[in-house]
Design a protein around this ligand. Structure first.
Ligand SMILES: [Zn+2]
Length: 166
């Protein structure tokens, strides 16, 4: 079978990373359930956890709905919100409230990454959004994926736990 139609999901929940809340994430998932449910009625009875599991993790992948013809739904607007929530709840120090932002990369002073400093790294040249030195230092890169003991994530619940509790 061939994908005959691709439609684009237009989000009705407008948010960005700064104003994102767990409740908005749940509203987005409910909205996706409603929209997909219009195309495929069986989708309406899915739990939010099932909705989450159905949404492809890769933003370039549409959700494929089988009917008389195969239809793809571009959910990238919703996927971006889910990605932002994951980024601020899971993983390493990138989701920490205390993530250091006061590093002066211009004069290459040692960077702080939560409570992790990397005084060996003195030749930093970049200033990535929110995460200083990510990708520049082995030590800091390690904490990007594995939190230090002082991590306090912005959102304590992972996305999966959030939908399980909903
Ligand atoms: Zn940390």
């Amino acid at each position: 079978m061939v994908l005959t139609t691709v439609v684009k999901y237009k989000q009705s929940i407008v948010t960005d990373r700064e104003t994102l809340t767990p409740n908005k994430v749940l509203l987005v998932l409910q909205d996706v359930r409603r929209v997909i449910g219009e195309l495929q009625p069986a989708f309406r009875s899915k739990t939010l956890k099932e909705v989450l599991e159905t949404i492809p993790k890769k933003r370039s992948e549409p959700l494929v709905i089988e009917g008389d013809n195969l239809m793809g739904v571009d959910l990238s607007a919703a996927q971006a919100i889910l990605d932002a929530y994951r980024e601020d709840s899971e993983g390493g120090c990138q989701s920490c409230r205390k993530l250091g932002r006061n590093t002066d990369a211009k004069n290459a002073t040692p960077g702080w990454y939560c409570k992790v400093s990397d005084p060996e790294k003195v030749d930093a040249t970049g200033d990535l959004s929110r995460v200083h030195y990510a990708g520049f230092s082995k030590k800091v890169r390690n904490h990007y994926g594995t939190p230090c003991e002082n991590r306090e994530p912005k959102f304590p619940k992972t996305l999966v736990r959030l939908v399980e509790a909903a």
